[in-house]
Design a binder for this molecule. Sequence first.
Ligand SMILES: Nc1ncnc2c1ncn2[C@@H]1O[C@H](COP(=O)(O)OP(=O)(O)OP(=O)(O)O)[C@@H](O)[C@H]1O
Length: 707
Amino acid sequence: MWVPPALRLAGALFLADMAVLAALARLGLKLAQLGLVAAWLEAGLRFPALAMAGWLLAPGRPQGATALLCLAPASFLALRTCLALPGAPPALLATASPGWLVLAYGASGLALLTWQALGHGAPADAGTPEAKATLRRLLALTWPQWPYLCGAFIFLTLAMIGETLVPYYTGRVIDILSNGFSADSFTTAIWLMCLASVGSSLFAGCRGGFFSFIMSRLNFRTCDQLFSHLVRQELAFFQQVKTGGSDLTSRLATDVPVMNRVVPANANIFLRNLVKALGLYGFMMGLSWRLTLLTLLELPLAIAARKLYDVRHQALLQAILEARACAEAVVQEAVSSIETVQGFGAEEEEARRYERALDETRRLKDRRDLERALFLLFRRMLQVTMQALMLYCGRQQIHEGVLTTGSLVSFLLYQGNVSHHVQALVYMYGDLQSNVGAACKVFEYLDREPAVGTAGTQAPGALRGHVAFRNVSFAYPARPKELVLQDVSFELRPGEVMALVGLNGSGKSTCVGLLERFYEPQAGEVLLDGVPLREYDHKYLHRQVALVGQEPVLFSGSIRDNIAYGLEGCGEQDVRAAARAAGALDFISALDKGFDTDVGEKGGQLSAGQKQRVAIARALIRCPSVLILDEATSALDGDSELALQQSVLRGGARTVLLIAHRPWMVESADRIVVLERGAVVEMGTHAELLARGGPYSHLVQSKRHER
Ligand SMILES: Nc1ncnc2c1ncn2[C@@H]1O[C@H](COP(=O)(O)OP(=O)(O)OP(=O)(O)O)[C@@H](O)[C@H]1O
């Protein structure tokens, strides 16, 4: 017959326990004379025997069940003694009736099952090598702040000592009052109590100040490092991260502070609670060891309730965060597309969408508040029950003359706190793990190497502006199996204007992206003056190859700042000359503040055509060897577009790569390359290609009516 391994192990352990108990029963009479000590002695003898049997039967298995089985009877008997309950319990389990044995096994089994059921909420990654490595990195990150940490710990210890002394002196004052001691000792006790109280508040404030200072220094440094590392990542990385970079902003805004709290805050929590718990238990043991043992009863119940509550609370918090993010997304989407919303009269629809999102958040928050209220109620009930038990036992001890009224008051004041501190210590590890999780995500970004490296060093004094695409094949990282360029080869000779034409999606902008080195081709190479692009210094390359894109982005700031963007030591004359060449000088001069006019967020206070002119000036001021115009003048009216293109195209000794949908814009180019589904299908001058009657001439005919 097949028996489950766990049952086989339990059966074998039971037999081993019976054997140990039978052996102990022979010493029963002698041991029974030792009273409560006998019960603990029995537990001490059972544990190694059972642990050894368990280890032999199932090596590597945790021995929690064994410990529980051995400690339960001794703890129960100790508790009865503390409470001085009537009745005569057996001194040893070995000599007890079979009913006690069943009770001991049943209670241990029940406790174990409850604990295991609650244990499912433990963080899955607790103690993983990655988490440990992250913790080590966090320690290294915090280490330079050690002088401030030392200061914080000194104040922390002083504050804790002060806090621990306050209840003691409160009890002393009560004793002095009830026993009629001298006025002097009363005044001294009051003074000492006030001194401890004021001192602890003062030291706690200094401790808090030190920790805040450390954390804000760490935050500043990490945010700075993370941002400068992120902006060096390749374009595909930003296209792949979640919802328009909100994942990145959340790392900066949320995870960095959480991560930087890990070491200082956990060290603070650990030391604070350890000093406090040790101090409190020390005082409590001094006042009454029996009452101190009794307080231990509260701990497992409080920890189990907290564990259960935390699992639910974390899940609810996560759901609230997600619901809140949905509501924020609705606002963000509606505000950023307000023209479309109003244009389609969809204001009410948007308001309803937001209301639905808010409703969900409110529902989840109500549930969170209800569960919190229930948890607090349970905790309060537990505390009240414990206090009632303390008072009951305390009264007996006062009757016996082993405790004074003041000591009982002090004890009650301590007892209210001690369980809180022990629980904080128990839960610190779990909190540490979830904070380490946030740090893992930040480190993941900090460690990320850009897929498009920027290690090139070449920066020759002069460039001719010769561009060559050699058998280039490329697929975007988001769709690695779809080749959007296939074996593309063409060249731009120095000083030449070359046009790339093709239907939508034929791969024109992709060629531009490769020439700007936003991506690396999977096969083939892009060369500038015969040198692969990756060998050029990153800044140098982007000064020599300037791009004006389809939808140029301006940054909030003045027109001058936008034209001179990314250039240091740029003179007023250069800015004016670039604006003139881009045909922007007239409209800028007509503005009240001229070049100092603020363009608004993303250039929102300028028209589309004005934005394009400023963007062209921004490219021209760099005096690039290669200028790329990707639909750069599409927002200008026909004649202005033609005039601007002619002045920009022929206005300097530079190579120009031109992309335009309107055929008349590319007619004057020295050469035209036609792309179709990512492959070069034709190449030649306008006249040659028209005469050939191929894809280019079809394209021209289909677009001719646009003119
Ligand atoms: N970031 C991206 N990730 C994945 N695929 C992309 C990406 N950008 C473009 N594509 C795809 O690559 C192909 C070529 O796009 P590309 O923008 O180069 O075409 P285009 O010729 O410039 O088009 P248009 O004339 O409309 O600007 C298209 O099929 C497009 O869907």
